[in-house]
Design a protein around this ligand. Structure first.
Ligand code: SAM
Length: 212
């Protein structure tokens, strides 16, 4: 993602009621930031937040947290939420590498990974959000029944993810190489990147990872 420095974005985030501040100090009790204790789903690398904001609007019976590393993108999601004020949507600014410092065991009921950065160089493979190192992190925080849904247009990253999961305690289900023309497209919510890439004619791939 091309990043523009948005002046004042760090201050906006530090002062936002929609952002969980110093989340690592509340490990295992993140649900207490929501008015209702109900299932918790997270999106890692949410970008400007179109996907998770739409989900939160459609599903008031689920709590959602959007995780994003960069302030300049996160502020765009905060802008949307400032208009909508959805009680079941919060954000955390952090690098997902530290996700186990924030979420306790089994605290999360579902994970969305949408158009994650591909990190094409081999030496950066462990930074990919579907690397075996990340699956180990997800295993700790995800409820045993929980699912990880991954979408991308990037064939190399998709193939890597399907191979990588074989080395973990998860397995791939509902694999689609062309989501928009598949049985799983009903109810699909488009992300910003998905709209952009499918408009160019790129097929969208999708897989759901579950515990073995
Ligand atoms: N999910 C959005 C979509 O589909 O439109 C944005 C996709 S964009 C290519 C990837 C996003 O993930 C960027 O906003 C990037 O900053 C964020 N990201 C990448 N690695 C991350 C990490 N380790 N922790 C948190 N966010 C990350």
């Amino acid at each position: 993602m091309r990043l523009r420095n948005v002046p004042g974005s760090r201050e906006d985030i530090a002062n936002s009621e929609f952002v969980i501040q110093e989340a690592e100090k509340h490990k295992g009790e993140i649900s207490s930031f929501f008015p209702v204790k109900q299932p918790l789903f997270i999106e890692i690398g949410m970008g400007k937040g179109q996907f998770i904001t739409t989900l939160a609007k459609l599903h008031p019976e689920i709590n959602y947290i959007g995780i994003e590393k960069y302030s300049s993108v996160l502020v765009r999601a905060i802008e949307k939420q400032t208009e909508l004020v959805l009680p079941n949507l919060k954000f955390i600014r952090m690098d997902a590498e530290n996700i186990n410092e924030v979420f306790g065991e089994n605290e999360v009921d579902g994970i969305y990974l949408n158009f994650s950065d591909p990190w094409p160089k081999d030496r950066h493979a462990k930074r990919r959000l579907t690397s075996r190192q990340f699956f180990v992190r997800y295993e700790k925080l995800l409820n045993p029944e929980g699912k990880i849904q991954f979408k991308t247009d990037n064939s190399n990253l998709f193939d890597f993810s399907l191979e990588e999961v074989e080395a973990t305690n998860f397995k791939a289900t509902e694999v689609s190489y062309d989501l928009h023309n598949s049985e799983w497209n009903e109810g699909n919510i488009m992300t910003e990147y998905e709209e952009r890439f499918s408009a160019k004619g790129n097929p969208i791939k999708r897989v759901v990872f579950i515990r073995r």
